[in-house]
Ligand binder design. Structure first.
Ligand SMILES: [Zn+2]
Length: 265
């Protein structure tokens, strides 16, 4: 309670009354926080452009006991993605990451790893927007992992043997994300080649930029399997497919840029 200072990423803002804004932020020290910024919509507001979505800021806010909405006292821009945000495709892609985090983060519960993962993904997306598909899969798998929805893929769900010793003949993954070695597998899942298994497992040790490289070096069918697994696991947990709300990010895949059409026209 009281005054809190933390690094934060602005996820979303909306208008409040005549001159104020409510900002939803993912913070390093306090998880998801909703705060009101008095006067933020005035031309000469002290908040300036700091409360634009996806901006990385130093946030100071005042928290009162038993009140969900905090009062934003001060903000300082650490990193602005204003340039990237001029592209509607990048905005749509970042919008998807933001929605994912909003679905999974617990309000006022600090989750530094989730914060750092989001910060790295936003940065990666801003600098290499054509890697959106890889960054989505990375963010999806990490969120599942950090929130306890991704089973350990190091050992077989049947014999508990180390999969790295058995992966040469491939493995299988169930809709719940449990990986089985070829010997134990009894159906109901999909095949994972050694290559895709290694790719999925490497999120544990790679940052999004490096993982995007590994993803792009994987042949297209393997990329599609990795992406559909991560998307399917998210869909299963949320019982809805929120990627569908951010369709315009499809347009930034390089191979499709030639036939890109403005959305809704
Ligand atoms: Zn097994």
């Amino acid at each position: 309670m009281g005054l809190v200072e933390t690094e934060a990423i602005v996820l979303h803002t909306f208008k409040l009354a005549e001159a104020d804004k409510i900002a939803v932020c993912m913070t390093e020290k306090a998880g998801l926080v909703r705060g009101v910024a008095r006067g933020a919509r005035r031309l000469k507001s002290k908040f300036g452009a700091s409360l634009e979505p996806f901006t990385l800021i130093n946030l100071t806010y005042f928290e009162k006991e038993a009140r969900e909405l905090v009062t934003i006292k001060n903000t300082e821009i650490l990193r602005s993605y204003f340039g990237a945000a001029e592209s509607s495709e990048v905005v749509a892609s970042m919008g998807y990451l933001v929605e994912l985090v909003k679905e999974f983060a617990t309000p006022h519960l600090a989750d530094e790893r989730l914060f750092r993962m989001l910060r790295a993904c936003v940065e990666s997306l801003a600098s290499t927007p054509h890697n959106a598909q890889a960054i989505f899969a990375y963010c999806e798998l990490w969120i599942l992992r950090l929130t306890g929805f991704l089973p350990d893929s190091k050992v077989c769900g049947g014999c508990r043997g180390h999969l790295k010793d058995r992966i040469s003949s491939g493995a299988y993954i169930t809709p719940e994300g449990i990986v089985w070695c070829a010997e134990c597998y009894r159906g109901g899942g999909r095949f994972l080649s050694e290559e895709v298994y290694e790719l999925l497992s490497s999120i544990r040790v790679l940052r999004p930029a490096s993982w995007s490289e590994a993803y792009s070096e994987t042949p297209a069918p393997g990329q599609q399997i990795a992406s559909s697994i991560s998307r399917g696991l998210i869909k299963r947990v949320l019982e809805k497919d929120i990627r569908g709300n951010h369709q315009s990010f499809q347009a930034i895949q390089p191979q499709r840029s030639a036939d890109k059409q403005p959305v809704g026209e």
